[in-house]
Design a protein around this ligand. Structure first.
Ligand code: DC
Length: 217
C-alpha cells in the first residue's frame, strides 16, 4: 500500500496534482487544507468578532468535522483562506486535525491500495514514512495569477486587474509567512522530498514528471 505526501505553498499546483494522481492510480485523496478551511468557514458564519475564544471554538468545530460535508460551500474565498492560515497556528487544533487525517489514511489505505494527502505538514508530520514525498512551489507572481484566473473575473480597466493581483500577492505573502514560521508543523520540505518548481510547467507536465518518479521506483 502506497502513501504519497504532497506539501507546498498555496496555488503551487499541489492540489491539482494530488487530485490527478488519485484519479490516475485510483488511490484515496484528502485535501487537508479543506479541513482547516471548513473550520475557518464555520467560525466566520458564527461571526468571529462575537466569539470570545477562537482557539477553543475551532477545536470544538474540528472535533465534529465530517469529511462528507465539505463540498458545497465556498471554502476557497480569500477571507476563508486567511482565517484558515491563522487558526492553523493553534497546536491543539492541529492535534485534532492530525488524528482525523491519520484516521482517514487508516480507513482508506487498504480499500484503495494507497492514499494521497496534500497540505503543509504531510511529509513532515502526518505521513513521515510516506513512500513518496513531494514539495511543490512556484513564484508568488505566478501563483497569484493562477488564483486570479480561477476567480474568472472580467475587469473593465487594466488597473483594476493590477490592483486585484497585487492584493492577492500581499495576502499570499502573509499566509506563506504565517505557514512557514509557525512553531507547530511549519511549512518546510520534508527530508527526502522531491522539490519541484511549477512556475514554468503546467498541471499535465507536473503530473507527468511526478508519475515518472513514482513509476521508476
Ligand atoms: O492548502 P490550502 O491553501 O487549502 O490551506 C489553507 C490553510 O490551511 C493554509 O494556509 C494553512 C492551513 N493548512 C495547514 O496548516 N496544514 C495543512 N496540512 C493544510 C492546510
Amino acid at each position: 500500500m502506497i502513501e504519497i505526501a504532497i506539501d507546498g505553498t498555496a496555488a503551487s499546483g499541489k492540489g491539482t496534482l494530488a487530485r490527478k494522481l488519485a484519479e490516475k492510480y485510483g488511490y484515496a485523496h484528502l485535501d487537508t487544507g479543506l479541513l482547516y478551511r471548513k473550520v475557518a468557514y464555520e467560525i466566520m458564519i458564527q461571526n468571529k468578532n462575537t466569539i470570545k475564544n477562537i482557539n477553543y471554538e475551532s477545536c470544538k468545530i474540528a472535533r465534529n468535522l465530517n469529511f462528507l460535508d465539505f463540498k458545497s460551500e465556498n471554502l476557497r474565498s480569500e477571507e476563508v483562506s486567511n482565517l484558515a492560515s491563522i487558526i492553523a497556528t493553534n497546536n491543539k487544533l492541529r492535534e485534532i486535525m492530525d488524528f482525523k487525517q491519520k484516521q482517514f489514511v487508516e480507513n482508506n489505505k487498504k480499500k484503495f491500495g494507497g492514499c494521497i494527502l496534500d497540505g503543509r505538514d504531510i511529509g513532515t508530520k502526518i505521513l513521515p514514512n510516506a513512500d513518496f514525498k513531494f514539495f511543490i512551489n512556484a513564484s508568488i507572481e505566478i501563483r497569484a495569477k493562477r488564483r486570479l484566473l480561477e476567480k474568472n473575473i472580467t475587469f473593465l480597466h487594466e488597473n483594476d486587474e493590477k490592483c486585484m493581483l497585487q492584493s492577492l500577492i500581499n495576502d499570499m505573502n502573509d499566509r506563506d509567512r504565517l505557514d512557514r514560521t509557525r512553531l507547530d508543523s511549519p511549512l518546510v520540505p520534508a527530508k527526502g522530498a522531491y522539490i519541484i518548481d511549477t512556475s514554468k510547467i503546467n498541471a499535465n507536465e507536473l503530473l507527468e514528471k511526478v508519475s515518472k518518479i513514482i513509476e521508476r521506483t
